[in-house]
Design a protein around this ligand. Structure first.
Ligand code: SF4
Length: 130
């Protein structure tokens, strides 16, 4: 059976998994375990700056239901763009301890290169233009 993968660039909504906190310098501090969020969390988080600019959430990758999906290659175009644009690298042994790695769409696609460039998705929102 095909296991569904999670999008690590998900929105703050009931049932999403909180897996990281974005530091003031834009780097992600990964939690040791992800936390499923509820409506109360979402309501509180929406009182400040956009929750997606302060936290990282994961949720089910909806593949062709998402505008980032590339039908030809059946891949997430956002990950491809992220890796190509920022081109950072990291060795497998230096990967951050990210709690969603086993099911992360970006990691499944680009392996450690996805993790090396993961923080850049919000640090450089303009360059990513999504
Ligand atoms: S790309 Fe790597 S660091 Fe980013 S969410 Fe996926 S597994 Fe975690």
């Amino acid at each position: 059976m095909k296991t569904s993968l999670s999008c690590p660039s998900y929105i703050a909504k009931n049932g999403a998994e909180l897996f990281g906190i974005i530091n003031s310098d834009g780097q992600v501090h990964y939690l040791s375990e992800s936390i499923k969020i509820d409506d109360d969390f979402v309501d509180e988080a929406n009182k400040g700056r956009k929750p997606e600019e302060r936290f990282r959430f994961a949720g089910k990758c909806i593949e062709k239901g998402c505008k980032q999906w590339v039908s030809e290659t059946k891949e997430c175009g956002l990950t491809q763009k992220l890796v190509r644009t920022f081109n950072k690298s990291i060795s497998l042994e230096n990967l951050p301890n990210c709690p969603i790695r086993q099911k992360c769409r970006w990691f499944a696609q680009e392996q450690e290169l996805a993790c090396a460039n993961c923080s850049e998705v919000f640090r450089n929102k303009e360059a990513m233009s999504f």
